[in-house]
Design a protein around this ligand. Structure first.
Ligand SMILES: Nc1ncnc2c1ncn2[C@@H]1O[C@H](COP(=O)(O)OP(=O)(O)OP(=O)(O)O)[C@@H](O)[C@H]1O
Ligand SMILES: [Mg+2]
Length: 307
């Protein structure tokens, strides 16, 4: 069973795909079996970053049932340490309007892929597809850029993700779920209050769903005059969303990233000594440790197994 890591941010162009392809590559280089899934519906472009202009298959083939088994869509990149790539779907109506059943089928198939780590790149914005793919993971990574507009988009994205997570505490089809699903909320407190009013004890269920939601933060495009006020952001997120935001690291603004993209390679392969590549290497090492901790928690001890 693989561990699923998603990458999201809310705002477009913050570097989700750049970070995703580099982390996937670095984790694969460290010997893990990694699959990178491009779930940016409509804006899928990760395959281009690897110079794969004519992928044999894409997620569209799975969504429209041309293939039944998701593993048939996977392309293995031998030159990138055997990284497996799940090429995203183009802007087809079928994928953009993916219905609940199609999405559930895709999510089920993703969890069944044969790899150690499944890394999911989500699209820009905070629509339900983005939020659902983001929240389906075991570990979430958020990318924030230092400019003010990016921080506000980031906060809003995290707020919506948090509310969606809280709502997931209720069984679909239950009365609370049915009423909450059709409402829009500005704050988590509103979700908790309405849930409790509908069904005493529901607030606790929503809070429990939130217990393991601790998205990891990566700050991208950091420069001498562009630093993220992490303290401020953390206080905001913890006070208003009740979410702790551990820091995974910073990636500097670096022209080597654009140069690498022109050569259709992740910067960690193209220029391993570049400042951004070094920063991404540190982040990948930290992420590897988080994955190991998660796995150690998830795997029942031998004692538990034999009890
Ligand atoms: N640290 C960086 N230094 C310099 N350029 C960067 C850096 N990170 C990303 N970029 C550039 O920013 C642009 C957007 O990056 P990327 O496509 O990874 O963002 P994205 O969040 O995936 O965008 P979208 O929301 O459209 O999917 C790219 O041209 C990329 O080369
Ligand atoms: Mg992208």
């Amino acid at each position: 069973m693989s561990i699923i890591i998603s990458i999201g941010s809310g705002k477009g162009g913050t570097g989700k795909s750049t970070v995703a392809s580099n982390l996937a590559c670095l984790l694969a280089r460290s010997g893990r079996r990694v699959c990178l899934a491009d779930l940016d519906l409509g804006g899928a472009d990760i395959h281009i970053q690897f110079g794969l202009f004519e992928p044999p298959r894409t997620l569209t083939d799975f969504v429209n049932r041309s293939v039944d088994d998701l593993s048939e869509v996977v392309v293995t990149l031998d030159a990138i340490h055997g990284l497996q790539l799940l090429v995203g779907t183009g802007d087809t109506l079928q994928s953009a309007n993916m219905n609940f059943q199609q999405k559930q089928r895709l999510l089920r198939a993703l969890t069944g892929l044969d790899c150690d780590i499944l890394l999911i790149d989500t699209g820009a914005g905070a629509n339900y597809h983005v939020l659902d793919f983001f929240m389906a993971a075991d570990i979430q990574i958020c990318i924030a850029c230092p400019e003010t507009t990016a921080i506000m988009d980031f906060y809003r994205f995290l707020q919506l993700a948090t509310i969606r997570k809280a709502l997931s505490g209720f069984l679909s089809g239950s009365e609370v779920s049915n009423v909450l699903r059709d409402r829009s909320f500005q704050t988590l407190a509103e979700v908790f209050a309405l849930a409790e009013a509908l069904q005493p004890g529901a607030k606790q269920a929503a809070q429990q769903a939130m217990e393991f939601f601790n998205p990891l933060l990566i700050t991208n495009r950091v420069g001498p005059n562009a630093r993220l006020n992490q303290m401020k952001l953390r206080t905001l997120v913890s006070r208003y969303l009740g979410v702790f935001l551990p820091d995974l690291g910073e990636v500097p603004e670096d022209p080597a990233i654009t140069q690498a993209q022109r050569s259709y390679l992740p910067v960690c392969e193209y220029a391993p000594q570049a400042a951004s590549a070094q920063a991404l290497k540190t982040i990948a090492r930290r992420l590897g440790k988080v994955v190991d901790l998660y796995l150690a928690k998830r795997t029942p001890s031998l004692q538990e197994k034999t009890a």
